[in-house]
Design a protein around this ligand. Sequence first.
Ligand code: ZN
Length: 134
Amino acid sequence: MGYESSVPLFWRLIKPRYQLIGNKCTTCGNTFYPPKFLCPICRKEGKLEEIKLGKTGKILTFSIVRSAPTGFEKETPYPVAIIELDDGPRLTSQIVDWKEEDLQIGRKVEACFRRIYTDGKEGIINYGLKFRPI
Ligand SMILES: [Zn+2]
């Protein structure tokens, strides 16, 4: 099934992800994104509640992807960074709208919504969520 034929479904699926819904363990105070079913620290003692995370964070580390998974060849090279959100959770995401000087540790970034590829299986880009320098 092509991308165009599934746009309404696509938007329904993406919206909650775009809002950066994570969760927080009220027992230990840690936040998680994507949300976890069980707090890895407290296990059964943990109480998880859904929270909306802020869209800003910073680059912890990054690398340039030069050989892309199938479907992403046209986008190479592109940077992929581990980002620490201001609310705590860390996640891996592609960086977009970047210039050479933006690629540095500690650079502030914000979440933005970008095109998603429904056949992406590599786990990096399939949230539809990317980050851009601010
Ligand atoms: Zn906990």
